[in-house]
Design a binder for this molecule. Sequence first.
Ligand code: PLP
Length: 394
Amino acid sequence: MKLNKYYDDLKDSYLFHTVAVKTAEYAKKNPDKKIIKLGIGDVTRPLPAACVRAMKEACDEQLTVAGFRGYGPYEGFDFLRGAISDYYAGRGTKVGAHEIYVSDGAKSDIGNILDLFDRGNTVLVPDPVYPVYVDTNVMCGRKVIYAESNEENGFLPAPDDSVSADLIYICSPNNPTGAAYTRDALAEWVKYARSRGAIILYDAAYEAFITDGALARSIYEIDGARECAIEFCSFSKNAGFTGERCGYCVLPDELAAEGKKLADMWLRRQSTRYNGAPYIIQRGAAAAFTAEGQAQIKENLDYYKKNADMIGKCLDSLGIYYTGGVNSPYIWLKCPDDMGSWEFFDLLLNECQVVGTPGEGFGKCGKGFFRLTSFNTHENTAEAVERIKARFGK
Ligand code: PLP
């Protein structure tokens, strides 16, 4: 017996652990101080009532012979796939219900999709990055190269024709930088991918936060994307399903390589290794697309947006460079006075009792940057902002 040797190549991530340890140590030494956490990566608002009601009704159905559901379709129930297709259509984007594959979340799909691709492919990921893209590829020994995101390119790298990649990860709006691509900028990536037969793995988990009409909410808004892109999306960040677990990916009919439709391979993969997302959860997810569900989601998103706006205005007033804050729950700021990410973390904790996430934990281009999130309450966010202003204002 031999173990998967590629696990040895994984870098240990001490980021959130170290943040938690440092915060706990400070709290122990300073029990009288109120610490405000602006590093929260999970949603905090309660679920939309429409989704909860639909899940309760689906539970009750299980009490009857007629309503009982056992194994469901591997690709998701038609009622949900249809609702997702209508959601795209409502934004003028054509995605057929049969092209949508429901799952237990975007994270699983993003890792599982790699079963379709040869280990010899080269993978291009942006730096800084949602660590799942890197680690899932390292685990199977695939070569990972990076597209540098920095202040010069506004944390939105453009394709470089001298770089050769087979799989390209794009996350827009981005975690951790909050930066989001315009349609024109995404069109460059589609052109690049098509020119070399590469596949774009497009993570749209935060699309619901977009309000700017120039920004793409789906890669399929770009001509030619149906031939070269798989899109991943989630109910976690819009409907707050981080605990319920539901997401989906789109594999368009046109997406093929070596004479094979990728959708056929994906269904073969899913039907072998997966038995479908729970009926009750899919009922709840479908309710997210009703008028009532959408209104309740908007209320929650507006809540987070107000927090992001408070943080953004504070940084504006201090003249601190940042990306995100609009069209995203994340604010990615340049540490003042050329401080390192951890140096700024310590200072913010010790002097303002505010906790965020050091940017270098997301990749080497994150050095000197810092992530704040909008997932705390209005009251706490306002208080944190006041403390930051008092410390860094001239
Ligand atoms: N993609 C990005 C960029 C994320 O930040 C996250 C979660 O934080 C996910 C995907 C995971 O989504 P899900 O909860 O659907 O697995």
